[in-house]
Design a protein around this ligand. Structure first.
Ligand code: ATP
Length: 483
């Protein structure tokens, strides 16, 4: 698939715009247009529903070690600066950056091999004779801001680089305010910010993006099984919404990639079309984090290099960054056992998922125009659950009571879904516009409607058309798109 065609469709049809475009744009920031906002909302809503609200804590899902509970949170983006010191982001959340003194280009040191020299695009940075690369330097990815009017160094705060920490610091609030018992998960969807050195590949690497994260708390004895459950469960979520198995893969991190407190991390990856043949990009990371996070927020920043983990000490022999001192352990009411729960973290990106669904949906095929001649059509084959618009309603012509009948159907559908009414231009052109928007069904009111009360429904993918009674349209669409 040609990425340029997708990017141009996204702009032309209002899926995605460059942020602040009229001022030349701002690298790494994107705006979702009228269609894009619906697509992304549907993805986030499908995730929230499938992971949280529709989860039945009374039934054990296939593959799960036991039943479990799920609740949600919505935490602030700016948190106490100590959170990031204790979590390790303040000291460790950096990439190595390389600059070119000749062309002022800037790359992540680990991306040099896939980058191109701005002066000589056929070469990698550093390979052209004029390149003058600097030594790699550390660059912290957290955005800084100032809280309060004074603006001194002590007022520095950070925009969160992940939503996860909000969940950890609220662990006790959740267990105290609800009746959840381990095992349980806390889910959150929200914006995160990373000052990426080289934002690129459309929205894949942005500086502002949304995450959909679960922190799942369980007993250390069963954590490995929960890790496997979540890895498989999350993989199945993407295929269930239409990502092709052949373009997805689950890559388990090799033992030497893992931190020693983790017994497993797997990345769910997608073969994005902007990557070279055979390369995959991360959609979601599923990590076994042991008790690292809860312990850090109790005791202070842990030194990830120590085994067993110990608190990192400063020159004065005291914790370098003090924890909250709060008790974040858990007591099992039945066994009376006291322990620090282990955490499994499925961490997905809403924008990367949206991009994967856009890439997967893009198709070009042949379809007849109004005169019956075959023409190339562009069609976005979204799964009906994520499609931005579920149905479009057209009167065949703007007379003979057709618009009135069509508007009635439109009004009935509109109560439940995002639908679109269109009476302008040739009907073939109207179909084509909906194909590009990824609308699964088009409903047309024609001459026969006025005689026998039936309308045609056209399927976006098969182009099949069939007639149903106007009164049954809502039910028919509900059966096909759900909701
Ligand atoms: P990468 O290696 O691609 O930088 P990561 O391993 O740092 O990603 P995580 O910290 O595991 O990513 O974040 C979890 C998820 O958040 C990722 O799988 C991805 O979907 C999303 N994400 C992370 N960084 C970005 C970004 N800059 N732009 C868009 N989404 C992102």
């Amino acid at each position: 698939m040609d990425m340029d065609k997708l990017v141009s469709l996204c702009r032309r049809r209002g899926f995605l715009f460059q942020s602040s475009e009229i001022y030349g744009g701002l690298n790494g920031f994107w705006d979702y247009g009228p269609l894009g906002v619906e697509l992304k909302r549907n993805i986030k809503e499908a995730w929230w529903r499938d992971m949280v609200t529709a989860h039945n804590e009374l039934a054990r899902p296939p593959g799960a070690p036991s039943t479990y509970e799920m609740v949600g949170l919505d935490c602030s983006i700016i948190m106490h600066p100590q959170v990031w010191k204790v979590s390790g982001h303040y000291d460790l959340f950096h990439d190595m950056m390389v600059d070119c003194r000749e062309c002022q280009g800037r790359w992540r040191a680990d991306h040099l091999q896939s980058g191109e020299c701005p002066r000589k695009p056929s070469k990698r940075p550093g390979e052209f004779e004029k390149c003058q690369l600097t030594e790699p330097r550390e660059f912290n990815l957290m955005f800084k801001t100032i809280v309060g009017a004074m603006g001194g160094e002590e007022d520095t705060a950070f925009l969160r680089p992940e939503t996860a920490q909000g969940i950890f610091v609220n662990f006790k609030n959740v267990t105290d305010s609800t009746r959840v018992k381990i095992p349980f998960g806390i889910a959150q969807i929200g914006k995160s910010f990373r000052n990426e050195i080289t934002p690129r590949n459309f929205t894949f690497r942005s500086r502002e993006f949304e995450q959909m994260e679960i922190e799942f708390f369980c007993h250390p004895n069963s954590s490995r099984k929960w890790y496997e459950y979540w890895r498989d469960r999350r993989m199945a979520w993407y295929t269930g919404l239409g990502l092709a198995e052949g373009r997805l893969r689950l890559r388990d991190h090799a033992a030497d990639e893992l931190s020693h407190y983790s017994t497993g991390t797997g990345d769910i990856e997608y073969a994005f079309p902007f990557l070279a043949e055979g390369e995959f990009g991360e959609l979601e990371g599923v990590a076994h984090r042991g008790d690292f996070d809860l312990r850090s927020h109790m005791e202070g920043k842990l030194d990830p290099k120590t085994n067993p983990l110990t608190v990192e000490l400063g020159p004065d022999g005291k914790p370098l960054y003090k924890g909250s001192g709060r008790d974040l352990t858990y007591r099992d009411e039945v066994s009376n056992e006291h322990f620090t729960p282990h955490v499994i973290e499925p961490s997905a990106g809403a924008d990367r998922a949206t991009l994967a669904f856009l890439c997967e949906a893009y198709h070009e095929d042949q379809a007849p125009n109004d005169k019956g001649d075959m023409q190339t059509r562009t069609v976005m084959k979204f799964h009906p659950r994520v499609a931005p618009v579920k149905a479009a309603v057209f009167p065949l012509v703007k007379k003979d009571g057709m618009p009135e009948a069509a508007k009635e159907i439109y009004t009935a559908l509109k109560r439940r879904w995002v639908v679109f009414y269109d009476e302008k231009g040739a009907v073939g052109r109207r179909y084509r516009r909906q194909d590009e928007a990824g609308t699964p069904y088009c409903i047309t009111v024609d001459g026969q409607t006025l005689q026998d009360g039936t309308v045609t429904i056209r399927d976006r993918d098969t182009l099949e058309q069939w007639r149903v009674k106007s009164a049954d349209v809502v039910e028919e669409i509900a059966r096909r798109v759900g909701g």
